[in-house]
Design a protein around this ligand. Structure first.
Ligand code: ADP
Ligand code: MG
Length: 691
């Protein structure tokens, strides 16, 4: 029996209905159930007695049900269950409960309860306790009855713990020989780990819960190991198999660009350009992630790479996530290249005049540099000779979209750009197939952004400061989480704020509002008028987040800053500090503040370093949230937690590299298990990365 492929419904005691419930918990195959680990354990005989309970503490204990009473007062139902340990009583109370609970409970049953101890009329009480009936369930074999420790699984309402234990027990009872090893003997020995079947047993049937963490480590490692193996294989594949073009550094356009720059490249930019040129002049296809904080100067670096392709007779393409950004690139490229004999085109979505001609000229090769949005992905956009592709703000595109654009060329060199600094542990797991270049230095003369936290009571300070800046000719961004007032929320809305600004907060200033419900055309128009300084104050929702460049904007006020994520706050703040004036970012916070909210604001005030902020963000939110939906093509881990398991990740990466160094095709006897497991579980995912 192949536990990895057999659907869970075929396990004795499951069936169609329960299979659906299990699916909700992420259990689809027998193997998924094997690796569905207890979240806790109950010591059956370790009864702390009721007499020892303390009000205000979380406690758990086992006791016997002495009475069950349901009452109804008006529409309020209530279930009171009194437990006794022979000496004292404990009252358990539910205000919300289903029939499944009343059906399950019987007088005389021994139960385990857990929760916060409160008191009611001189009696200890737990409201909405976690509860388990100890001697009940479908398990007629008496197996669990004799166990001193019981596993507790994370469950949905309708699936009962007794059923879960019964299924787990069946799994081990019926298929002991089918629980295969998934790591090589060599790796097990290296780390001193038990065989897979044994360690799984020790996790589900533990008698010493304090030792379980050590057994679980192996499973976290395993996920990280196969992830790293996959990424290393892909990376080596790109390096060894895919022929890219070996561009030649002809120093025509590239040198012309260098000489025409009004500023000196930072040493970080130079280093990164060198890395890119090395890649592009090699015979292999480049697959590089270019990371650099907002404003670190990624665009010019990318333009160098594009010109290297162009001076070799190829087309170069850059894809941006929004029209505003694409237009900005188009304008700045046109300016940079005005003295060169290079044609640049902009390709946007929708129908507009001249679009057909642009597409024809892209197809014929008359246009050498193409700047575009998602529109580039359309089937009818064809290229004569695409040799280089850059994807700006790459995390805004899904994996599939990202892989679509290079397929329009013949193994073009690829550069993914990201202004969201990605903590190293994440970069290794999610982008481990890419080589990474980091611009870790800001252009000189960048004014430090002073970040100031204001409680709601002092927000007026921020506005008076902003007024002063406007009088000196500067512009202001004001950001708000919502567009309009809603009944559900007491958040300040952009429209209300906009009215306040014009009437009282900053009456002498020219203000405009921008939000996500406007048509793209309207938004673009307002943005470009702001850029041209046709008005002073831009009140907006977060739509200005992406790489907009208005150097004259010197102050940003973020209302309800406590509501924004760290990455977003940092991105927003990066809109100021782009010009020569000293810049300020006011974080206006409204009470009450959560612990995390406080932590986020404190981090923002303390540091301007995007990487530091990203690390903190990952720590506060965890990897799933960190990326959001655009990364849904990426698998997150079941057992591993890349914040907690950073060190394990480094080991896993090293071991994966070492395994492949010694046996690139995994053909040795020693690596048979690895090869089989990899093909079974990871070869599909590998395809996502292979483009
Ligand atoms: P990002 O990395 O956020 O995309 P940009 O490429 O838009 O940053 O650069 C931000 C601004 O900094 C642009 O106006 C650009 O012209 C300017 N810039 C880039 N490199 C330098 C440099 N070495 N010295 C001075 N200014 C620079
Ligand atoms: Mg940019």
């Amino acid at each position: 029996m192949d536990l990895f492929t057999t659907e869970i419904k075929f396990l004795k005691g499951v069936g169609e209905h329960r299979a659906k419930l299990l699916n909700k918990l992420g259990v689809f195959t027998l193997n998924d159930l094997l690796e569905f680990f207890p979240r806790d354990y109950i010591q059956r005989d370790a009864t702390s007695s009721i007499a020892d309970l303390e009000i205000g503490r979380r406690s758990s204990l086992t006791a016997e049900i002495v009475s069950i009473r349901e009452t109804q007062r008006g529409r309020q139902r209530q279930l009171n269950v009194v437990l006794s340990d022979g000496e004292y009583n404990l009252l358990c109370t539910w205000f919300r409960y289903g029939i499944w609970l009343t059906d399950m409970l019987q007088q005389g049953q021994k139960v385990w309860v857990s929760g916060m101890i409160t008191s009611f009329r001189d009696q200890f009480q737990i409201i909405h306790p976690e509860l388990e009936v100890l001697d009940k369930g479908e398990d007629t074999t008496n197996f669990w009855h004799s166990r001193s420790v019981l596993p507790v699984y994370p469950l949905t309402d309708k699936l009962k713990i007794g059923q879960m234990r019964y299924m787990i027990y069946n799994l081990f009872r019926l298929y002991p020989k089918d629980i295969e090893e998934t790591l090589s003997q060599e790796i097990l020995e290296k780390f001193g780990w038990e065989q897979r079947r044994i360690s799984l047993q020790k996790i589900h049937f533990s008698t010493q819960p304090e030792q379980v963490a050590a057994y679980k480590t192996r499973y976290a490692f395993e996920e990280l190991f196969y992830n790293q193996l996959m990424l290393a294989k892909v990376r080596r594949g790109h390096e060894r198999e895919k022929d890219g073009r070996a561009f030649e550094l002809k120093r025509t356009y590239t040198t012309q660009l260098k000489n025409s720059l009004q500023f000196k490249l930072t040493s970080s930019q130079k280093k990164v350009i060198r890395e890119i040129v090395d890649d592009m002049t090699s015979g292999y296809q480049m697959n590089r992630l270019l990371q650099g904080d907002v404003g670190s100067g990624k665009t010019i670096v990318t333009l160098f790479a594009m010109l290297l392709a162009v001076e070799n007779g190829c087309q170069a393409v850059i894809m941006a996530p929004t029209e505003i950004l694409a237009e900005q690139h188009f304008l700045s490229f046109t300016k940079y290249l005005s003295e060169m004999d290079i044609r640049v085109a902009l390709l946007k979505g929708g129908n507009y005049k001249g679009k057909k001609k642009t597409k024809e000229e892209i197809k014929s090769g008359d246009i050498q540099i193409v700047v575009g949005t998602h529109a580039l992905l359309q089937k009818d956009v064809e290229f004569a000779n695409m040799g280089f592709v850059a994807v700006d703000e790459q995390h805004r595109f899904g994996v599939v979209q990202r892989s679509l654009i290079p397929s329009k060329g013949d193994n073009p060199d690829l550069l993914y750009m990201s202004a969201t600094p990605i903590p190293r542990s994440l970069a290794l797991t999610v982008y481990g197939d890419l080589t990474v270049s980091v611009i870790d230095e800001m252009p000189p003369g960048r004014k430090h952004i002073t970040t100031i936290w204001k409680g709601e009571g002092r927000r007026i300070d921020a506005y008076s400061h902003a007024m002063k800046e406007v009088r000196e000719g500067r512009q202001i961004y004001i950001v708000c989480p919502l567009i309009e007032e809603s009944e559900k929320s007491d958040l300040l809305a952009a429209e209300t704020l906009y009215d306040d600004i014009r009437s009282t907060l900053m009456p002498e200033c020219r203000a405009e509002i921008l939000h996500g419900r406007m048509k793209n055309k309207e938004k673009d128009e307002i943005m470009s008028r702001f850029k041209n300084h046709e008005f002073d104050v831009l009140v907006s929702t977060t739509v200005i987040e992406v790489g907009i460049d208005v150097p004259n904007a010197a102050v940003m006020i973020i209302e309800h800053a406590e509501r924004f994520g760290l990455a977003q706050l940092h991105q927003l703040r990066g809109r100021v500090g782009r010009g020569s004036a000293a810049s300020f970012c006011y974080l206006v916070a409204y009470y009450p503040l959560s612990k995390e909210g406080t932590e986020r604001l404190r981090t923002m005030v303390e540091t301007n370093d995007g990487f530091e902020i990203a690390e903190k963000d990952l720590e506060l939110r965890g990897p799933g949230e960190f990326f959001g939906t655009a990364q849904s093509g990426m698998d997150l881990f079941k057992h591993a937690n890349i914040v907690r398991d950073r060190q394990l990740l480094i080991h896993a990466r090293a071991v994966a590299g070492w395994v492949l160094d010694n046996d690139p095709e995994l053909n040795s006897d020693e690596n048979m298990i690895i090869k089989k497991t990899y093909e079974r579980l990871y070869s599909e995912r590998e395809k996502l990365f292979n483009f």
